[in-house]
Design a protein around this ligand. Structure first.
Ligand SMILES: CC(C)(COP(=O)(O)OP(=O)(O)OC[C@H]1O[C@@H](n2cnc3c(N)ncnc32)[C@H](O)[C@@H]1OP(=O)(O)O)[C@@H](O)C(=O)NCCC(=O)NCCS
Length: 161
């Protein structure tokens, strides 16, 4: 008799309304108290939800990324974040898969680019680069304000939700 082998599999799918509580719990665990950039939070509060991706395993939700509708210098764009992967599932490319899926979703929406506040050493591998001419509604470390253009346009001007 052949023994069944449990292959751990994780699937990335759209975030559904019923996922919100699990996403918020995952994000709270990943970031810990007070780790949020306040200006990013303020922007998300003003922006409408454009969509999210979740990574599901048999054990539940193990990764999440969200996108928000913003405008940068009057041009439609998406704001990415927060992104979080459960600690036990890090280092296997899940974060990269979530970023790629979020960028694909933004591209499909036809926006000019994706803006985020995050660590350049992580996001530069996906093509994100500093966006010094983008003006957020509050203070932000300029090294952490990053832009990926989808239509060749630079991130210039006021960022609004
Ligand atoms: C950031 C995060 C989503 C990455 O998820 P992941 O599934 O581990 O990502 P990947 O497997 O695609 O990439 C792992 C690689 O990124 C590196 N990395 C992870 N976070 C990083 C960071 N903040 N800065 C630089 N490098 C980072 C890891 O060291 C690893 O490097 P290696 O490939 O050389 O071993 C996850 O670590 C996480 O949830 N962190 C806590 C929440 C957070 O800080 N989110 C925002 C990040 S700005």
């Amino acid at each position: 008799m052949t023994a069944a082998v449990a292959v751990p599999s994780v699937q990335i799918t759209s975030e559904l309304p019923g996922d919100a509580t699990a996403v918020e719990a995952l994000v709270a665990r990943a970031f810990g108290p007070g780790r949020y950039a306040k200006t990013a939070e303020r922007l998300r509060e003003r922006a409408s939800f454009a969509g999210g991706l979740v990574a599901r395993s048999g054990a539940g939700l193990v990764g999440s990324v969200r996108l928000w509708r913003i405008a940068v210098g009057g041009r439609p764009a998406h704001f990415l974040g927060p992104i979080a992967v459960d600690a036990a599932h890090r280092g296997g490319g899940l974060g990269a898969d979530l970023v790629a899926a979020a960028v694909a979703l933004a591209r499909k929406s036809g926006v000019s680019g994706v803006l985020l506040v995050g660590d350049a050493p992580y996001f530069s591998r996906f093509g994100f680069a500093a966006a010094p001419a983008a003006m957020l509604p509050g203070p932000v470390d300029p090294r952490r304000l990053l832009w990926l253009s989808l239509d060749g346009s630079p991130a210039e001007g006021d960022v609004t939700g």
